[in-house]
Design a protein around this ligand. Structure first.
Ligand code: ATP
Length: 286
């Protein structure tokens, strides 16, 4: 069976000459929950955006990105069937990417557009069973009560949960979450991470989540991939990722990664069972 994600020889130079990704080789098996960590500017978002086919790799490169065995891009060219591949990939953004003026339910139904005739999508003519599916997804993320509200009236945490409900409705087999908790308070962060862990555990979805907070990464993800200046400097179990190792890998930048921008409080415990690689937050372990 093909892996959920295969990345080979990925390099990215932006137009300004910035070499943002360097020789990335990465394989993620189906059903894994993987954290992508690294200091600001290390390339986490750029990597996830390449996987979603939103950014194209260097054209001179031998790069290959496949999701579930299907080509996203190769040698700096987006594959012609990208729409089909994208329908399998859910993307959760830091800033939620909801349409503010639309009701929450309609925002979630957007996840169905890839398999809805265009005219129905334009007219927002969704079937009762499709609405029921969206409501069920909202119930799973705990905000069914808010379905009729405009998205703009939800709190940040609720908006992020609506964005995750959209990927549920989409039926995404691979969920890419790009710093989904970066702008949330600790309690909302915990809820969002719990939901991602539940999707991974209950639906078998592959979840790849970029995080600023290494303690959160360790708490929820058995595997961690650490980036530094566009390179993978660590790919292994979260259990083996000690503060000493991080200091070795990152030098002065280690403190940014160890403390995180919004660390969860020590008392926060996930509803999900701790993963095999769980250990106390590093900030406390030192
Ligand atoms: N469109 C762009 N044009 C030029 N440089 C870019 C572009 N997008 C990203 N970069 C640069 O590429 C590098 C990696 O950026 P990226 O946003 O992927 O990092 P990150 O690890 O996600 O950072 P953060 O944690 O702050 O979101 C940075 O130096 C950034 O300035």
């Amino acid at each position: 069976m093909s892996p959920a994600l295969r990345i080979q020889q990925l390099n990215k130079h932006f137009a300004n000459g910035k070499h943002a990704l360097r020789d990335i080789n990465l394989t993620v098996q189906r059903g894994e929950m993987v954290a992508l960590i690294g200091a600001s500017g290390s390339g986490k978002s750029t990597l996830l955006r390449h996987v979603a086919g939103l950014v194209v790799a260097d054209s001179a490169s031998e790069s290959l990105i496949e999701v579930d065995g299907r080509c996203v891009q190769q040698g700096g060219r987006i594959h012609r069937d990208i729409r089909q591949v994208r329908s399998q990939v859910g993307f959760v953004f830091q800033q939620f990417n909801l349409v503010d003026r639309l009701p929450v339910l309609m925002n979630v139904l957007v996840g169905l557009l890839h398999r809805t005739p265009r005219w129905r999508g334009w007219l927002r003519l969704f079937r009762p069973q499709e609405r029921a599916l969206a409501l069920e997804a909202l119930a799973r993320v705990g905000i069914a009560d808010c379905h009729a509200q405009r998205a703009s009236t939800l709190s940040g945490g609720q908006q992020q949960r609506a964005a995750i409900a959209r990927t549920l409705v989409q039926g995404a087999k691979v969920v890419l979450a790009d710093e989904p908790i970066a702008s949330l308070d600790p309690e909302s962060s915990r809820k969002v991470m719990d939901i991602l862990a539940r999707i991974n555990r209950e639906d078998g979805s592959t979840v790849i989540v970029s995080l600023h907070q290494v303690d959160v990464a360790i708490k929820y993800c058995p595997r961690v991939v650490a980036l530094h200046q566009g390179r993978v400097v660590y790919d292994g179990t979260s259990a083996a990722l000690t503060p000493e190792l991080l200091r070795e890998l990152y030098g002065v930048q280690a403190e940014e990664i160890l403390t995180g921008a919004h660390p969860l409080p020590a008392a926060a415990t996930p509803a999900a069972a701790p993963t095999a690689g769980w250990m106390p937050p590093l900030a406390q372990a030192t």
